[in-house]
Design a protein around this ligand. Structure first.
Ligand code: NAD
Length: 423
């Protein structure tokens, strides 16, 4: 999109008013708007073709992260999440980052790794040499499987092999490097890995068991970085607090897990909204965070010589614009249209920027007022709904609980009884 992603007072509007703005900005059709308005809009027959044993659908709220500027371009970010405050926090952080020139990003080629496990070989080292010597023959066989992917410039580009020690002895692990272009690529890679396995058995004289993609997608990385002026973040003391929180997380796996979860709050919300495989992103991100032997963070924040905050994030990002549920789920298709990306690489880079924004919002809150104040005021609305509040009573019950610092269902019921009597 070319229009600005700054939508003043977006959060104060009704869902219908917000949708009307997004319709104009993203050029949605009347039919797409009807799909979004209809909160049960995954038709049963589509759901029944997506997975097994279907009995219904499980809708999640879909919101828009605003204020995002990435590589000088504005984006509206569709986010599906059940957690209050995620979308507000991402939008708030994007605004701070915008003051420093927005996010900058880069990514590697969309290369995924297919693993082929070879066992029962007399000399694993020799078998490795035999596989490497047969590289062109193996790659040719792999590429015969997916002429469509080849036509887009993708396909199996290279291979490698490692000998690993296991509790059951030495194994030879062949890695097939496949450029997946705009697909996440698991089906494409698995098909290739299965197709070349008989050839690898013949070459090595061994037995192949597993033939499957690796979610530790270290050859498909996305990176985002930004500089946030100290004034935008709330002063130099907060810059120090965020840098200190980041140093804590890099040194301590207990904290790193929560630090990374905070970034995933944003990334997964977008991955879910677009029908991509969020388990693949979680698995890849966390495995990458432990790649050097000790679990650490995939993002970091430091203070620069001007006293401003500098942040960066880098993690594997195996996402696609086609394949899986991306094209079959009607809401995922609309979410992709709102996002307006042209390639899986552009999409991966946006996800890295969203992760960095979400991470900043969490660290800023944690190192200043604490996370509970903002979080609880949104959470209180859920508690009010759980207690039975409806319409305008939801906000009134929630506000009272936050004021009293008692955000509990029993208190919500008491307040609700009291307010209902006055109606
Ligand atoms: P897919 O097979 O549905 O689509 C990929 C295919 O689309 C390519 O092989 C190619 O033939 C074609 N294609 C058309 N236009 C293309 C373009 N521009 N760029 C690239 N390819 C193009 O899906 P996929 O992406 O291979 O697999 C994703 C699915 O696999 C997801 O649903 C995921 O959940 C699932 N999966 C994941 C794992 C895992 O992560 N471990 C394992 C198995 C399956």
């Amino acid at each position: 999109m070319t229009k600005s992603s700054i939508i003043s007072g977006f959060y104060k509007l009704s869902p219908k008013e917000r949708l009307s703005i997004i319709k104009d900005l993203a050029g949605l059709t009347d039919e797409e708007v009807r799909f979004l308005e209809n909160t049960g809009s995954l038709p049963m027959d589509v759901a029944d073709h997506m997975v097994e044993n279907v009995i219904g659908v499980m809708p999640e709220p879909l919101g828009i992260g605003v204020n995002f500027q990435i590589n000088g371009k504005d984006y509206l970010i569709p986010m599906a999440t059940e957690e209050p405050s995620v979308i507000a926090a991402a939008s708030y952080a994007a605004k701070m980052v915008r003051d420093g020139g927005g996010f900058h990003t880069s990514s590697t080629a969309p290369i995924m790794i297919g693993q082929i496990q070879v066992v029962n070989i007399a000399h694993a080292g020799y078998a490795k040499t035999q596989v490497l010597d047969s590289k062109s023959e193996i790659l040719k066989k792999a590429n015969e499987q997916d002429p469509v992917l080849n036509s887009f410039g993708g396909g199996a580009k290279d291979l490698d092999a490692r000998v690993i020690e296991t509790s059951l002895g030495e194994m030879l692990i062949v890695h097939l490097y496949v450029d997946c272009r705009d697909a996440m690529g698991a089906n494409a890679v698995n098909t290739m890995a299965e197709a070349v396995s008989p050839m690898i058995e013949r070459i090595t004289g061994g037995r192949v068991y597993l033939r499957i993609i690796s979610n530790l997608a270290v050859k498909r990385m996305a990176k985002a970085w930004c500089t946030v002026p100290k004034e935008a973040v709330g002063g130099e003391a907060i810059v120090d607090g965020v840098a200190c929180a980041s140093a804590f997380a890099s040194a301590d796996p207990y904290r790193a897990a929560t630090h990374n979860k905070g970034a995933m709050n944003g990334i997964i919300a977008v991955v879910l909204a677009t029908g991509n495989d969020h388990r693949a992103i979680e698995a890849g991100g966390h495995a990458y965070a432990a790649f050097n032997g000790a679990y650490t963070t995939f993002s970091k924040w430091t203070k620069n010589k001007n006293g401003d905050l500098e942040g960066e994030i880098e993690l594997p990002m195996a996402v696609g614009l086609i394949g899986g549920a991306v094209k079959t789920h009607p809401i995922a298709r609309i979410a992709m249209k709102i996002l307006g990306v042209k390639s899986a690489n552009e999409f991966a880079e946006i996800l890295a920027a969203v992760g960095l924004a979400q991470n900043l919002a969490a660290l800023r809150a944690l190192s200043s007022e604490g996370i509970q104040r903002g979080h609880m005021s949104l959470h209180a609305r859920n508690i009010a709904i759980t207690a039975g509040a409806k319409d305008e009573l939801i906000d009134r019950v929630a506000e009272r609980m936050v004021r009293e610092r008692k955000v509990r269902v029993d208190r919500a019921k008491e307040i609700l009884d009291e307010l209902s009597k006055k109606l």
